[in-house]
Design a binder for this molecule. Structure first.
Ligand code: ACO
Length: 311
């Protein structure tokens, strides 16, 4: 009966095995995964825009080829993630509809503008760096299809992060104005990167249940701390200053202390009032409308193939 199913589910989760699409799962577990995976997929797709804006203005053919490949990888990540969500009984068209009508979220970070080419490097270094911190533990998520998608995504993300760092190393060895451009980009992206990890634990309604289900393996604050500790020595090697006067090594804790992000700002950006929210959604909506003929043609082709197979 129901108790036996619930018991089996709990045993699988506790023994670090994976829940698979055909297994019984609590409704709340399914809904949480759909929410998180859809939001994650939307972030990858919307995340193509801020960097994509620089494709036509990359400073060299080499930089352009690298950026093009990176943005294409993000499209790929979005597609694996939509596929993982589909194993839970939703479809991609429905999720896209929810994104463009504002009923599903995507990461706050992609609502900030990319003002110079240094932003491309800083997104690779800080934003992809934060994404890796958050996503490596998701490779051990209790839901099989999400965990497996994360393995490949993390490999590609770590390549993206090195790509960004290499770009910034090049700027740091450049002219005085290139070094200023680098520092300016770091100043603008540092705090939004810390906000990517979500609200502080005390204000995170989903963390406790998601940890009990082993969807999340660490709290938002634990991952934020890990990111700060990882990034400080990298900033030193780049010769940039992280814009936080309270950032300091704490010998006793064995971690860096750091200042409080502006949680009001995170709240506004999540509610749709960030600097680029409207522009990002408009762009996504028009891309979806402009792609309608492709979807119609693919469906007509599939129908024709199916009717040929029947005769
Ligand atoms: N941007 C937008 N929304 C956010 C953010 C953020 N940075 N942080 C938290 N939220 C939302 C949550 O989705 C939740 O809203 P909902 O209940 O309506 O869905 C609400 O704020 C409260 O937050 P939490 O209770 O902490 O939510 P959750 O347990 O889902 O933790 C987190 C948030 C850490 C982002 C988690 O969902 C996660 O790990 N997701 C997978 C990774 C991901 O989506 N990365 C996207 C950016 S990385 C990239 O694409 C390169």
């Amino acid at each position: 009966g129901a108790d036996a199913l619930q018991h089996r589910f709990e045993q699988v989760v506790e023994s670090e095995q994976r829940i698979e699409p055909r297994d019984w799962m609590p409704d709340g577990y399914r809904a949480t995964l759909i929410r998180q995976i859809a939001q994650h997929a939307h972030s990858e797709i919307i995340g193509m825009q801020p960097e994509g804006n620089w494709l036509t203005r990359a400073p060299s053919l080499r930089r352009k080829a690298i950026l093009l490949a990176k943005v294409q990888d993000e499209a790929g990540h979005g597609l694996y993630l939509y596929s993982a969500a589909e194993t839970l009984g939703v479809d991609r068209a429905e999720l896209t509809e929810k994104l463009i009508s504002g009923r599903q979220k995507y990461s706050s970070i992609f609502n900030y503008p990319t003002l110079t080419f240094a932003d491309v490097g800083v997104i690779g270094w800080l934003v992809d760096g934060a994404a890796i911190c958050n996503q490596v533990p998701l490779c051990r998520c209790s839901y099989g299809p999400y965990a497996r998608a994360m393995v490949r995504i993390c490999k590609e993300e770590s390549f993206h992060q090195r790509q960004g760092y290499e770009l910034l190393m090049t700027l740091s060895r450049g002219t005085e104005s290139q070094r200023r451009m680098l520092q300016d980009a770091v100043d603008r992206w540092w705090w939004p990167s810390l906000m990517m990890f979500g609200p502080p634990d005390a204000d995170s309604p989903n963390t406790a249940q998601s940890m009990a289900w082993r969807i999340k393996r660490h709290t938002n604050d634990e991952l934020r701390q890990r990111f700060v500790d990882m990034t400080v020595p990298q900033a030193e090697r780049l010769g940039v200053t992280l814009p936080d006067p309270d950032l300091e090594w704490n010998e006793e804790r064995g971690h860096h202390d750091f200042g409080e992000p502006d949680w009001e700002e995170l709240g506004r950006v999540i509610r749709g009032q960030g600097p680029c929210n409207a522009e990002r959604i408009d762009r996504r909506r028009s891309a979806h409308q402009e792609g309608a003929w492709v979807r119609e043609a693919a469906a007509a082709h599939a129908a024709k193939q199916a009717s040929r197979a029947r005769t």
